[in-house]
Design a protein around this ligand. Structure first.
Ligand code: CA
Length: 222
């Protein structure tokens, strides 16, 4: 039976979530603080579901410490703050995926299943497109791609949400900093420029897919 470590101090979240995970057939251990979660995580879990706001040691540090100890257990982060996501996933803390609170159980369970599946296939396919947020540099196959500030911000949002559709309204809010009701022409132009710089083709996208009437999705490497 697959063992899931749930590190969450809020019983109103931990209890229903643990129940749902058990219903899915997982063996669930719940820990309500950072140090005990970290100690337990060394004991052969298939997945760690990690709240960021934990007493004793915050979830980011738990995740960093796990990776520093060369643990490869998949980590799914729960966060109330979308702006923490850049730090959590990828370069810095080494988490594999996240859901933002409040989340739908069905979505969390789907992400947990995906991570558990991925845990059995390795190595992961390296991403061809990546960014260094601090240096504000974008790379395609390890070559720097010259982007404007807006193109970079657009790519940052799409990469952060890789594998899922980012609605147009959300992109406008995050990149153009506006509640925004008009035409989507600016966004479409920037997507088109970004595609050209990445050598992507709207007709047969390798990187950025258009989801008609909704938004855009950056494709995860397969
Ligand atoms: Ca918490």
């Amino acid at each position: 039976m697959t063992r899931v470590l749930l590190a969450e101090d809020d019983a109103a979240i931990a209890e229903p979530l643990a129940r749902a995970l058990r219903r899915e057939g997982y063996d669930v251990d719940v820990h309500g603080d950072g140090p005990s979660a970290l100690a337990a995580a060394r004991e052969g879990f298939g997945l760690v579901v990690l709240d960021l706001g934990l007493p004793g040691m915050d979830g980011l540090d738990v995740c960093r410490e796990l990776r520093a100890q060369s643990s490869t257990v998949p980590v799914l982060v729960l966060t109330a703050r979308a702006d923490e996501v850049d730090t959590v996933v990828g370069l810095d803390a080494g988490a594999d995926d996240y859901v933002t609170k409040p989340f739908r159980l069905a979505e969390l369970l789907a992400r947990a299943r995906a991570l558990l599946r991925r845990g059995t296939v390795e190595p992961a396919v390296p991403a061809r497109v990546r960014i260094d947020v601090d240096a504000r540099l974008a790379y395609l196959d390890e070559e720097v791609v010259a982007l404007t500030a807006k193109e970079f911000d657009l790519l940052r949002v799409l990469l952060r949400e890789a594998g899922r559709v980012v609605p147009r309204e959300q992109i406008m809010r995050e990149v153009w900093d506006a509640d925004w009701y008009g035409s989507t022409k600016t966004l479409d132009m920037h997507v088109s420029w970004l595609r050209r710089k990445l050598g992507d083709d709207a007709g047969q996208p390798r990187f950025i897919s258009t989801v008609r009437g909704v938004g855009f999705r950056f494709e995860r490497p397969t």
